[in-house]
Design a protein around this ligand. Structure first.
Ligand code: CA
Length: 223
């Protein structure tokens, strides 16, 4: 899962980015509204953390421009405390949730998890697929109840597939969602990680759809 953080306060931006990457997400950071708008308009993020008070272009305008351009990534806005009018304006502009400053990082993480699983159509932190169970809060994976140790990239890859069950996900899509913008992307490495996941989870769970990408199988019906 790849997340964009748009926040002009350097310290806060770094803190949020660090907490998100500790939680297993890939993070890109922008420090003004123009850069934030551009990244959100051109890169495929799974969710966006957007401060409203930003230089060059304010957060509300950034959000309105994204929504007008058809960008639908879930957006969590950061608002100043006691500015209820900001929250209303933000939600009217297309925000999915908000956190008021100052906040506990845990709250940002919890709200982001909720946005991500809502976008994937799940009501709880636990996502299941056949024998697989992923606990997004603890970043833990089990197969038939047995914990499986995954590297952070293996976890990210599996989490993305589990949030997109029943869909064929292309290698390009995976590289775009598993690496940040500065990473030298090579979609061949995805194949290597899929191979490792198959070894750890069982060979049948991740199906290769020739010429198109990968699909997570629930081990049940052929479809
Ligand atoms: Ca600000």
């Amino acid at each position: 899962m790849r997340i964009l953080v748009v926040e002009d306060d350097e310290d806060l931006n770094r803190q949020i980015a660090a907490a998100l990457s500790d939680a297993g997400y890939v993070v890109d950071s922008a420090r003004d509204g123009e850069e934030g708008y551009f990244l959100g308009d051109t890169e495929p993020y799974d969710a966006i953390v957007l401060d409203l008070g930003l230089p060059k272009l304010d957060g509300l305008s950034v959000l309105e421009k994204w929504r007008r351009a058809g960008r639908t990534a879930p957006v969590l806005i950061l608002t100043a405390r006691d500015r209820w009018s900001d929250k209303v304006a933000g939600i009217d502009a297309g925000a999915d949730d908000y956190v008021a400053k100052p906040f506990h990082m845990e709250e940002v993480l919890a709200r982001l998890r909720a946005l991500l699983r809502r976008a994937a159509g799940h009501a709880t932190n636990e996502i299941e697929c056949g024998p697989l169970r992923l606990d997004a809060r603890a970043a833990r994976v089990t197969v038939n109840g047995t914990p499986v140790k995954l590297t952070s990239l293996e976890y990210r890859l599996l989490a993305f597939l589990m949030h997109h069950q029943q869909q064929v996900v292309s290698r390009t899509e995976l590289t775009e969602h598993l690496y940040d913008q500065d990473f030298d992307r090579d979609s061949n490495t995805i194949e290597v990680f899929v191979g490792r996941l198959r070894k750890k989870l069982g060979a049948d769970l991740i199906e290769t759809v020739r010429g198109m990408g990968y699909r997570l199988r629930d081990g049940g019906d052929e479809d």
